[in-house]
Design a protein around this ligand. Structure first.
Ligand SMILES: [Zn+2]
Length: 623
């Protein structure tokens, strides 16, 4: 359960932000498609700001419900718990007798391309099942789990059990709703984890095999991730890639086959090529082979789906380095693509270096900060899901239940069972704004078990205090602490991060300290667009904005490779709202427009709307 700034941000987003009020500013999420079950594939229907593909609102309702359920229960907000519960109950109550839950009419549902047109059955189902399974995990309400199981078994019987392909189709098979269906894996993975029933494991193997064989040219196929194609960059729609990113690793774990291990390793390598300094994954819809730089755009949907995928990759591989990527995107690019502290407007496409969003007609308005973009509602809705999934990935338990693993850091409380004993852990920190993370461990009785702490990749000098009776083992990337834990025992972890000067794919440079990437902030002004977010004539109070600079000094500065930057405290920061006004900065020198050395203070990318992160370098000794 989140505490500190994480809980404060979730609560603020829920009570005053997009997350808790989407149904007042857009019709996209409240059409009750999973109750009515009446949509026809392949049609355009009247949308909120423009006609939409018939499956879009199914995606959007699922996203919204998933964010709403997770945020309501993670914060304990009774009003939103009640709201989310009523919506889940309505879907369960409307379930057809054969088990169907989805958005399509009786005549058009559960079709494959070979027996009639299908567009987004698995995708829309999986989005609402995420919300329903999260609800089950929070409440233990078995009727909701049973409802999802019945629906999923019906879907598997309609495709897998009949030997039909879901993904094989004509037209342009890598675009549209069908390839998103790979995210049905999220449902199957969660069901297998919750129930242990092998039909869900076999379903995952079927799903990825069908996807990979039907779409061999898509980026996460066994062919494109084979050794023969390991040098080929990614090309297609970034969210599709992120939704399928974990599958090779999951199948490697489920089958033990080498070919999947190779594919999983190649997927991780390619991900690093296309990641920007602030953790954004290149893609203004498609990647088109571009490597990540300070000026490549990334889509918010891919940030959230990437966090979900990396949580799964960490769980199935045990490789804690996956969390480095998750922290990079979650604590930099994603925080810097939304309003702070309350997310009332989000950028669909964001980038590390941003001097203005004043580009109403560029990228279909996707650069604007909006509560719901004209192009689609996906990204603003995925912005509600990111932090809940970050929380989801903070702690793990080893498969033999002998150890707990701290993977992503931040203020939180854990109540769980390890080595047969109930254990409560309180994690106290303002991470990523401080290097120290303190843990208070309270087992129900004195019990021996192991705590495994991930060491972030830039913390070479990490130290730990856990009492003289602790057996401490340090290996690259992690510290294991084993002892007989007594109620109230303390662990103090200190990372002692160094400021690092890093080079980009386009030969620019930037400063990173621990998980935080720093940049030069430009003062901004919000200019409203003329679009009104109102439903049935009622103004929601939400607005869409161009963000423009009031001062541009510094945009043409250069990095002095010989300069040293020091961590400094910043004033007027609220520990519960650190992204609004950073509590820390980096002070040092850069070369100004005249080539003269000038004192500057850099702040975390996630605390800015307009900033420059990557700069060309010049040094006095350069020739
Ligand atoms: Zn999107």
């Amino acid at each position: 359960m989140p505490e500190g700034w994480i809980k404060a941000q979730l609560l603020s987003d829920l009570r005053d932000g997009i997350a808790g009020h989407y149904d007042t500013l857009s019709g996209n999420v409240s059409r009750n498609l999973f109750v009515d079950k009446a949509r026809t594939p392949g049609t355009k229907v009247p949308g909120d700001r423009q006609p939409e593909s018939s499956w879009w609102a199914g995606e959007h309702e699922g996203y919204w419900m998933d964010g709403l359920v997770r945020m309501a229960f993670l914060t304990g907000d009774k009003e939103y718990i009640d709201k989310a519960s009523k919506k889940i109950d309505a879907i369960v109550a409307a379930q057809d007798s054969d088990g169907y839950i989805g958005i399509y009419s009786k005549e058009t549902r559960l079709k494959s391309y070979t027996n009639g047109y299908q567009e987004a059955e698995l995708w829309t189902q999986s989005r609402i099942f995420q919300a329903m399974l999260a609800y089950y995990e929070f409440t233990g309400d078995k009727k909701v789990l049973a409802s999802v199981e019945k629906a999923v078994q019906l879907t598997l019987s309609a495709y897998k059990d009949k030997g039909l392909s879901y993904f094989k189709r004509g037209g342009n098979p890598t675009q549209g709703g069908a390839p998103h269906g790979i995210a049905f894996s999220d449902t199957l993975e969660q069901l297998y984890r919750l129930t242990g029933n092998p039909i869900y494991r076999d379903g995952e193997i079927w799903l990825f095999t069908d996807f990979s064989n039907s779409l061999p040219n898509t980026d996460i196929s066994m062919d494109m991730l084979s050794e023969a194609n390991k040098d080929k960059p990614w090309e297609v729609h970034t969210p599709h890639i992120m939704e399928s990113l974990a599958l090779p690793q999951i199948l490697a774990s489920l089958t033990g086959e080498e070919k999947y291990k190779t594919a999983a390793a190649n997927a991780r390598m390619k991900l690093s090529w296309h990641t920007t300094p602030g953790g954004q994954i290149v893609g203004d819809e498609n990647v088109k082979g571009r490597k990540g730089t300070g000026t490549t755009f990334g889509e918010y949907c891919s940030f959230t789906e990437g966090v979900i995928a990396m949580n799964q990759i960490l769980a199935y591989s045990g490789d804690l380095t996956a969390a480095n990527w998750t922290e990079l995107v979650s604590l930099n690019g994603a925080q810097g693509a939304r309003f702070q502290t309350t997310n009332r407007a989000t950028a669909y496409l964001s980038c590390d270096n941003r001097l203005t969003t004043d580009a109403k007609n560029k990228h279909g308005g996707r650069l604007l900060f909006s509560p719901s973009h004209k192009a689609a509602a996906c990204c603003t809705l995925n912005a509600t899901r990111l932090l809940p999934y970050y929380v989801d990935g903070m702690w793990y338990r080893t498969a033999d239940a002998s150890a707990l693993v701290a993977s992503l850091y931040g203020p939180c409380k854990v109540n769980t069972e390890v080595a047969g004993t109930k254990v409560a852990i309180e994690e106290t920190t303002t991470y990523p704004f401080e290097d120290s993370v303190n843990f208070t461990i309270t087992p129900a009785k004195d019990t021996e078990f192991t705590l495994i702490f991930r060491i972030p990749d830039s913390a070479a000098n990490a130290s730990i205090e856990a009492g003289t009776d602790a057996k401490i083992t340090k290996t690259p990337g992690q510290i294991e602490v084993t002892k007989v834990w007594k109620p109230g025992d303390q662990v103090a972890l200190h990372f002692d991060f160094e400021v690092q000067l890093r080079q980009t794919n386009d030969d620019q440079f930037y400063y990173q300290r621990g998980p935080l990437v720093f940049g030069l902030k430009f003062p901004d002004k919000l200019v409203q667009t003329d679009f009104k977010f109102e439903l049935k004539g009622k103004d929601s109070g939400f607005k869409e904005y161009n963000v423009v600079p009031t001062e541009k000094t510094g945009w043409d500065y250069r990095i002095d490779k010989a300069a040293t930057f020091q961590l400094v405290p910043m004033e007027n920061s609220d520990p519960l709202k650190p992204w609004e006004q950073s509590p820390i900065g980096l002070r040092g020198q850069m070369f100004n427009s005249a080539g003269k050395s000038e004192d500057v203070t850099l702040v975390p990318e996630g605390t800015t709307l307009l900033r420059r992160v990557t700069f060309p370098a010049s040094s006095p000794t350069a020739q």
